[in-house]
Design a protein around this ligand. Sequence first.
Ligand code: PMP
Length: 437
Amino acid sequence: PAATNNLDAFWMPFTANRQFKDAPRMLVSARDMHYVAADGRKILDGTAGLWCVNAGHGRPKIVEAVQRQVAELDYAPAFQMGHPKAFEFASRLAALAPAGLDHVFFANSGSEAVDTALKIALAYHRARGEGQRVRLIGRERGYHGVGFGGISVGGMVANRRTFGLGLPGVDHLRHTHDPARNAFTRGLPEHGAELADDLERLVALHGAETIAAVIVEPLAGSTGVLLPPQGYLERLRAICDRHGILLIFDEVITGFGRLGAPFASDRFGVTPDIMTTAKGVTNGVVPMGAVLASEAIYKAFMSGPEHMIELFHGYTYSGHPLACAAGLATLDTYQEEGLLTRAARMEKQLEDAAFALQDLPHVIDIRAIGLVAAIELEPIEGEPSRRAFSAFLKAFEKGLMIRTTGDIIALSPPLIVSEAQIDEMFGTLADVLREIG
Ligand code: PMP
């Protein structure tokens, strides 16, 4: 079609245009577990879009809810007014979230949710007369989106350096990528507490009274599915409690059933003070981010008019009616179909299928939990990312969508994936790994 002829017009994010232009992978429709490409081929969605389409594509209930909403109330400001679905959706999210996270602030993406969470943490300390707590701590290899807040606390060094400027007063916890220490599955091992003690190093260096918050993904997704070593999150929680530091979990990827429980906090039994979500919150259908915070944090803000003014923060599209309508229908779908816990029942099959690839060429590590798996490949010398990118191209040719980051392949199918589709995904991937050089 004419509209797709000019492949220069759109500056594609994250992908050098030539990677696309050599072999355009144009997606034109989607339903349940499959995309349809412009050439008519069905592509099995092994990644739930970008980890967001947890209930699968084109689910009628969600589609109809959005259609009804746009006809009824297309937009309503969230400043000084509201609309019923924003309150209803916030209540539903608070009811689903781990106990104690009872207050919801709406943003429009994961990056915005992260910025919001960091600002809430800083405002909380100021409201309590501890305005000197301004330092933020992220983690090496953490990913928190592309806002200035997110790239500053994020642990992808290149991502920060490209722009030459980030938030001041940010440190990063060390995060080893020794596979034996990372793997949570297959009986592997502890070391979590020891690793989390790196936070004590930063406390000793700067003084606890200067530190506002620690932000981590319970499972680092975008940087390659790095599982938290046993005891890691518990120990971070304990150290934060000891020093009055807020703990923020970025559950943009792990939220809404990916790990077999509604949130990673449920799976790992550790509750943060602030939690960010996005992606699966609306099944990827309408952009949205939601930040959940504890009663104590909410109360600190609301304790005086000045504090509320200092908190001034909100987006034109906060609590957008279409996003709230999509979100409500999404939660209905997740709950009616048992999708928030389904990954727990599927994880053994996914894990076995992933580990069955371990003797194939180039495979150096496998990680799996819930409905997410990573296959790490040995990089080609001097050409990092090239091998996994070849796998991505070959998989797409064979009708499977995978995601790669560096030389790590990630699979995170919609939570409706069938047993046969899991076999199909890993069968295709095995063929791909045998064929690439
Ligand atoms: N946090 C995490 C943990 C993420 O994985 C992502 C996106 N992959 C983001 C934040 C940013 O979300 P968005 O792309 O919606 O801004």
